[in-house]
Write a protein that binds this ligand. Structure first.
Ligand code: NAI
Length: 344
């Protein structure tokens, strides 16, 4: 019997259905069973079932604990924002790395895990005018999400033998960033074997560009994470093929639910044409497999996908000739081959 894991799959718009088919083909090649419970998150269905669709999704995700989300059109509401709020997804983990074969202006290799606190910072308060000539806004830092993100970052570092760098402006934003650094330091004390250093955020941006190999896991507050993710993706040249984990935690800061998605959108210009690149959603599946404890299967999915790209097996957006289906078939076959040979 193959080990079985229930997974909520949120179906999306545009290239979403093609990506869902690709994921199912890949799943067939795995030595485990992903039992997909689908919730139709297409715009049409969200409109038709406004009152119940989010309850249905949240209920299913609370049961399965892990979810895979396909891109959805943001028209009336942002499904991502609603889900973040409803599920208390307070941390975003975004691995960013240069991918062989993906063109970039950056000449170095980058491989960094950004762990970002997804709430607070300057993003929860739109601010207000003071008279005509001034404006203020609140910057909010709370212990709980910082502790959750820090525990996640340090556990990841322990598992992968990596270093954690915290980055903020603690010299200037003494209360907010000072609290962030002090909570991170407290958590660091529980992981004495994990190397940890703190950088000023502006210095970090320069240093990542000059010496990317020094940065493995970077833990940051909300807006810094936002800026850093886009800069890192730009360096990697791969804005469209990244994936993230959106995480919610229980009272002891252990992951309670995790929602995985691709960073790109619904790509309406190529929908239904067999041109969609499933790399990002495969990398999201790989992260989900790690979370399920299926480390070697997750590694096989990631490495097979990246090795095929390196060998020139690529969809058209990356200058190759493959269709969604032929690229998917190649990845599925390669994953099967790798897992077969590692089990002998
Ligand atoms: P987009 O990422 O959908 O497309 C930008 C460009 O990248 C397009 O030329 C598209 O063809 C290409 N592209 C994107 N993903 C691709 C893939 N997997 N394979 C090959 N080419 C790909 O961004 P855009 O056009 O700004 O947004 C379109 C829709 O997607 C909007 O309704 C937006 O709200 C939604 N969106 C949803 C997200 C989500 O659900 N996580 C994230 C970003 C946008």
């Amino acid at each position: 019997m193959r080990p079985t894991y229930p997974v909520t799959e949120l179906l999306g718009d545009g290239i979403g259905p093609e990506l869902s088919r690709a994921v199912h083909t890949l799943a067939e090649a795995l030595p485990i069973q992903l039992e997909f419970r689908q919730v139709d998150f297409s715009l049409e269905n969200r409109r038709a079932n406004k009152k119940t669709i989010y309850d249905e999704a949240v209920e299913s995700i609370e049961q399965t604990k892990v979810a895979l989300k396909h891109p959805t059109a943001t028209v009336e509401e942002s499904p991502n924002q609603v889900l973040r709020r409803r599920l208390d997804l307070s941390v975003i983990h975004r691995p960013v790395y240069t991918i062989p074969g993906v063109p970039t202006n950056f000449r170095r290799d980058l491989d960094v895990d950004i762990v970002r606190i997804a709430t607070g910072g300057t993003y929860d308060d739109p601010g207000r005018m003071i008279g005509e000539d001034g404006a203020v806004s609140l910057r909010i830092v709370e212990r709980r999400p910082v502790r959750e993100a820090a525990r996640y970052a340090f556990s990841l570092a322990r598992k992968t033998n990596k270093r954690v760098t915290t980055a903020s402006k603690y010299t200037i934003q003494k209360a907010t960033d000072g609290l962030f650094e002090s909570v991170a330091k407290e958590v660091a004390g529980q992981f004495p074997e994990v190397p940890h250093n703190a950088e000023l955020f502006d210095a970090l941006l320069g240093k990542i560009i000059m010496a990317p190999e020094k940065f493995e896991i970077v833990l940051v507050l909300n807006e810094y994470g936002d800026f850093l993710s886009d800069m890192a993706c730009g360096l990697a040249g791969s804005l469209g093929i990244g994936a993230s984990a959106n995480l919610a935690f229980d009272a002891s800061a252990v992951v309670r639910v995790a929602l995985y998605d691709a960073a790109h959108g619904t790509a309406p210009d190529i929908a239904g044409k067999g041109l969609a690149n499933p790399t990002a959603i495969f990398l999201a599946v790989s992260m989900m497999l790690y979370q399920l404890g299926e480390i070697s299967v997750g590694q096989a999915v990631k490495n097979a996908t990246l090795d095929l790209l390196r060998q020139g097996v690529r969809t058209r957006d990356l200058g190759g000739q493959e269709s969604t289906d032929s690229f998917t078939a190649a990845v599925a076959a390669e994953v099967g081959r790798r897992l077969e040979s590692s089990s002998h």
